[in-house]
Design a protein around this ligand. Structure first.
Ligand code: NAD
Length: 499
């Protein structure tokens, strides 16, 4: 049976919108390797229409009472919670991650929605009475206007939800440009907002590629850009949006290391390495890509990891598998090429994921979990982000050697230490040059009321995602100095008031 591909439109002014141009991109079901839809790619007219709609919706949404905005957010939270199964199926059908992992991504997004429902408390300003005689100073946190969000393929629901619940709660209107590889989750969320009572134009989905992104970066009515994706594009976004006078946060790529000290619980380490290395087929910016084994633990650890890898079921994410396919054939081939590179550079392929048997269609974009040992730190397989199910073991002689390797990389997203030595863990959290640290926790994604973001080339801009930094990013502060006139308190004074 062949699918007849449907067309995935934009969402503008509270309705599907076919777009003005005729460019499209194929959207695949990665577990079957077939095109299931074609997504429209915005041209300049579409960008203009999307931003104009968001701009028109802004004044009324900004002035909507906190109580009414909160009602919409609570309703959105309830609807999402009731129907998250539908969204998980959409994510799996376009991204390929297994259904339980799609559910996990929604749960992490829901956390941010739940945080955002408490926005009236979080957006309170400060008040100082009588700063000078009869004079008060207070601050207001006001929305920015139209805010742009540009998201990657690997979390089609969660990453947009890192930003839009807070942006909308704070009174902004949002134009989301999702990844063209798996755009349907964003449209589903847009329809849910409408059902929750969000006025038309407050949440827009603009589908597209570089043309849509550049249109948002250049548009004078877009106040800010929140970007998540690969490092070269993040750097481009940061520089271009800044040059155009926009507020910008651009989260980039990663190469996360797990440092294993000899006193660590090796069973916990092996379980964690499997979960963090192969969950979502390694297509996570917080995936563990390198295990730094402080000798003499490497051989014992490799044995434990290998035993566990043999139990993993690879296949269609709708069939109860542990790990699904990669996003596209091109990406699968790129990830597989790193195994060749590592081999040529002298690494040992302990478990080879190339050409494995799977519980899925032959044309799916498969690559099995792969374990490499003794990967040279000069190899591109070590220095570059792979973004697939390839876990590298690098043997080091000491904590210091491991730390130096982590700090020598260009990325600084996440890292983890596994040890039973509290002093060593404390020293690591203090010394390491990385933004998010796990101590006996392999994927240390902060909960919604903290903030998410790396250091170095993993984050451009000075604002992380969600938490209080999210509220600060999506608001601008106004300081008001006020005096209500008292006839006894007049007179000319050319200096600053001092009492
Ligand atoms: P990507 O950089 O290819 O695409 C991200 C977004 O940018 C998409 O919406 C895409 O349409 C757009 N884009 C792509 N090329 C562009 C160009 N030349 N000009 C303008 N816009 C362009 O990233 P991806 O492949 O979708 O996602 C994977 C990457 O995202 C990995 O590097 C991963 O580490 C990173 N990521 C980082 C985080 C984080 O929090 N730091 C989270 C998730 C993913």
């Amino acid at each position: 049976m062949t699918d007849s591909p449907r067309t995935i439109p934009h969402w503008i002014d509270g309705a599907h919108d076919a777009g003005a141009g005729d460019r499209t991109a194929p959207v695949y079901d990665p577990a079957r390797g077939v095109v299931t839809a074609n997504v429209v790619l915005a041209d300049g007219d579409d960008v203009a229409r999307a931003v104009a709609s968001a701009k028109a919706a802004f004044p009324a949404w900004r002035d909507t009472s906190l109580a009414k905005r909160q009602t919409v957010l609570f309703r959105f939270r309830e609807l999402l919670n009731e129907r998250k199964g539908e969204l998980a199926e959409i994510i799996t059908s376009e991204h390929g991650k297994v259904l339980s992992d799609a559910g996990g991504e929604i749960a992490r997004g829901l956390e941010v929605v739940e945080l955002a429902t408490g926005f009236p408390h979080l957006l309170k300003g400060a008040y100082s009475e009588n700063v000078s005689t009869g004079v008060d100073v207070y601050s207001l946190k006001q929305p920015l206007g139209v805010v742009g969000i540009i998201s990657p393929f690997n979390f089609p629901a969660m990453v947009p939800m890192w930003f839009f619940p807070i942006a909308i709660a704070a009174g902004n209107t949002v134009v989301l440009k999702p990844s063209e590889k798996d755009p349907s989750a964003a449209l589903w969320l847009a329809a849910l907002w409408k059902e929750a009572g969000l006025p038309d134009g407050v949440f827009t989905v603009l589908n597209g590629d570089k043309v849509a992104v550049d249109g948002l970066l250049e548009h004078p009515d877009v106040a800010s850009i929140s970007f998540v994706g690969s490092t070269p594009i993040a750097q481009y976004i940061y520089e271009t949006a800044s040059k155009n006078g926009k507020r910008v946060q651009a989260l980039g790529g990663a190469k996360n290391h797990m440092l294993v000290l000899p006193d660590a619980d090796l069973d916990l380490v092996a379980d964690s390495a499997i979960n963090a290395g192969f969950g979502s087929a390694g297509e996570r910016c917080m995936a563990i890509s390198v295990v730094l084994a402080v000798e003499p633990v490497a051989d014992a650890l490799i044995e434990k990891i290998t035993e566990r890898m043999a139990t993993l079921r690879i296949g269609d994410g709708r069939r109860g598998s542990d790990m699904g396919p990669l996003i596209t054939e091109v990406h699968r081939d790129k990830v597989a090429s790193y195994i060749d590179i590592a081999e040529q550079d002298g690494a040992r392929v302990v478990v080879d994921g190339r050409g494995i048997e799977v519980d899925g269609e032959a044309d799916g974009f498969w690559l099995g979990p792969t374990l490499l040992d003794a990967v040279p730190t000069t190899s591109r397989a070590y220095t570059e982000e792979i973004f697939g199910p390839v876990l590298s073991i690098v043997r080091v002689a000491s904590y210091e050697e491991g730390l130096a390797l982590i700090d020598s990389g260009v990325f600084g997203n996440g890292t983890a230490i596994f040890t039973n030595d509290g002093g060593a863990a404390r020293r690591f959290q203090n010394e390491v040059q990385v933004g998010m640290i796990g101590i006996n926790v392999p994927i240390p994604v902060p909960v919604a009321y903290h903030s998410f973001g790396g250091w170095k080339k993993s984050l451009f801009g000075d604002s992380k995602a969600y938490g209080m930094q999210g509220f600060d990013f999506f608001t601008q502060e106004k300081a008001v100095t006020s005096r209500w006139l008292d006839p006894s308190h007049g007179g000319i004074n050319l200096g600053f008031p001092q009492n």
